[in-house]
Design a protein around this ligand. Structure first.
Ligand code: GUN
Length: 293
């Protein structure tokens, strides 16, 4: 078993991004700029957004955090999104999900200018991704592709089983792994909560991408020896043993599955760190007008 080390891969790519950001500053007299909007104070969202902002600063981007209380109206949020769309000094805008129930996430997602949608959630980016056209790829799927590339893993012709069909990970990941690209060119099976023969299908996988959001969902009896395992799960449980007061668990029973795997991502220290890199890469590409001119 070999580890797909998110710390190693992400630090290497962040050095490359920092060098490109320094060039951008020298050429344009400003830094690439990402704005994040955070509504409320969900513990997970607070942690993720803080990490996004911190990493922006690390690679030489400008980052701004706009906070709203849970009582903010949909209208107020949409007004802010439109204001940022028109600000030429901003390259990327993300609105952290989930949003409170009275705000329609689809409306907010579609209100973001697709040219600043560095989360890759807008239907224009999603449609362009399906067609294999230049677009912003959602940060977690993009991070997984960067991880596979960093370790030179050949995916062509392999059977990839994706577990979970979320808009953010499972669905885009299934499309990306099937595309005629590298990484890609897989035969893909997309499984979810209503799949009846899930274990049987996962057992056939050369590559398992677990994004179901359930601690230790993928067990050793579901894994073919030699499989490549990508664990997207970030399941938080309170713990008295850690400084932060919680402990993270993946969707894969790492202890028992790892001995069977050829490659496996740890949690923490795997996909989560690569997600940030995907977001940074998209923000830089937006600043450099590499996707949309
Ligand atoms: N919530 C969970 N993952 C994400 C993400 O990648 N982007 C945003 N905006 N919200 C999220």
């Amino acid at each position: 078993m070999q580890l797909l080390d998110g710390k190693f891969a992400s630090e290497k790519i962040k050095l490359e991004i920092a060098a490109e950001a320094a060039d951008f500053l020298a050429q344009h007299g400003r830094k690439p700029h990402l704005i994040a909007i955070l509504v409320g104070n969900d513990g997970g969202s607070e942690t993720y957004v803080a990490s996004k902002m911190k990493n922006c600063e690390k690679v030489g981007f400008q980052s701004s955090l706009i906070r709203y209380g849970v009582e903010v109206t949909e209208e107020e949020l949409l007004l802010k999104v439109r204001e940022i769309n028109n600000d030429a000094g901003v390259d990327g805008l993300i609105v952290q999900l989930p949003l409170p129930k009275h705000i329609d996430p689809e409306k907010v997602t579609e209100a973001i200018d697709h040219r600043k949608d560095v989360d890759g959630f807008h239907p224009i980016n999603l449609g362009r991704m399906v067609r294999n056209l230049p677009c912003f790829i959602p940060a977690t799927p993009y991070g997984i592709l960067l991880m596979l590339k960093a370790y030179g893993i050949d995916t062509a012709g392999k059977h990839c089983v994706v577990v979970g069909r979320s808009n953010i990970v499972g669905t885009p990941m299934s499309i990306l792994m099937a595309r005629n690209a590298n990484p890609g060119n897989c035969t893909v099976t997309l499984t979810h909560s209503r799949t009846t023969n899930l274990k049987e299908l996962v057992l056939q996988a050369d590559i398992i991408i677990a994004a179901i959001g359930k601690k230790n969902f993928i067990t050793a009896d579901m894994v073919k020896p030699g499989a490549i395992i990508i664990d997207v799960g970030i399941n938080r449980e309170t713990s008295e043993k850690t400084k932060s007061g919680y402990k993270l668990y993946g969707d894969v029973d790492f202890e028992n599955v790892a001995p069977l795997a050829s490659w496996i991502t740890p949690v923490p220290g795997g996909v989560g760190l690569m997600t940030i890199v995907g977001l940074l890469r998209n923000t830089l590409a937006s600043a450099k007008k590499e996707i949309y001119s």
